[in-house]
Design a protein around this ligand. Structure first.
Ligand code: ARG
Length: 289
């Protein structure tokens, strides 16, 4: 029998789901000064060796991956003494050109917020608001295209959710994180499709309180559910353009389940940055202009 005849036919579900990518604009920060010299999450062990050169190489490959997919990457200059500045997702939430900056919980990261605020002002953003509550931006905020999923429990204060609604003009749904390894929402959940009437997400249920799990099931009955193994390699820290889904290279099991839904997994090695608790999404702030 020929290989062609052996190949399984696509299911009706797969045929119905033609995924359409949309071009994105991202803000990233080269990890020039990346180290792990303090510990503000369980992934960070200051006694473990970190190779900044490898981190820069992996980050560069991530940036080039986005560019190869047709996305535009903007850069902010890294600052000495701010080793976590590479995690650009934590420094702003931009929806329809409106910017809500950040306010970090850890004193070691506090100064990052103002560097990003100045980047926004220099780059043509006119509507820039800095939060009064602790707000780690896209670390804890995921825009589905219709609602802002907003994490709390470890970093962002619940009060920041209401502030985001007021500043950005988007409705929020608060979600409580309960596992310290998944301290930011973007380590436990990501949006696969933010352009359709029925947004699709992927999440790891055990990272959330029982009530938040019920909320997620109610809002997203068709969500892709991740396993503990998917979460442990920061597989939930993915970046989707509606078709291509950039994932850590270890997340192949999750990637193949996404492929069954019509998405295209694209793998990157981000192991050095994971020593600080970060993956592809943490390095990537989306500029939704
Ligand atoms: N070391 C950083 C911190 O603990 C990692 C941040 C990762 N960023 C993210 N969006 N999850 O704050």
């Amino acid at each position: 029998m020929s290989a062609t005849l052996d190949a399984p036919l696509p299911s009706a579900e797969q045929i119905a789901q033609v995924r359409v990518p949309t071009t994105r604009r991202y803000l990233m920060c080269r990890p020039e000064y990346f180290t792990v010299e303090y510990s503000i999450n369980p992934w960070m062990d200051p006694s473990c060796a970190v190779d900044t050169r490898v981190a820069v190489e992996q980050w560069t490959a991530l940036k080039e991956t986005y560019e190869a997919l047709g996305h535009k990457v903007e850069l902010i200059d890294p600052e000495p003494g701010l080793p976590d500045m590479v995690f650009a997702a934590n420094s702003g939430t931009v929806i329809d050109g409106v910017v809500l900056g950040s306010r970090f919980r850890a004193e070691q990261r506090a100064a990052e917020a103002d560097h990003f605020r100045r980047w926004f002002l220099r780059n043509g953003y006119r509507d820039v608001t800095m939060p009064t509550s602790i707000n780690e931006a896209e670390g804890d905020f995921a825009w589905t295209g219709t609602v802002l999923l907003a994490g709390t429990g470890f970093r962002t204060d619940p009060g920041a959710h209401a502030e985001a609604q007021e500043v950005l003009g988007v409705p929020f749904v608060s979600l409580r994180l309960v596992d310290p390894r998944y301290y930011h929402l973007d380590t436990a959940l990501f949006v696969l499709d933010d352009r359709s009437a029925r947004p699709e997400i992927c999440y790891y249920p055990d990272a959330f309180s029982a009530g938040s799990q019920r909320v997620l099931r109610r809002l997203f009955p068709d969500a892709v559910l991740a396993t503990a193994a998917d979460a442990e390699c920061l597989g939930l820290n993915g970046v989707s353009d509606g078709h291509n889904v950039v994932l850590p290279v270890e997340a192949t099991a999750l990637g193949s389940r996404l492929a069954d839904r019509g998405y295209q997994p694209v793998y990157v090695d981000i192991s050095e940055l994971r020593k600080s608790g970060g993956g592809p999404k943490c390095c990537t702030m989306e500029l939704r202009d």
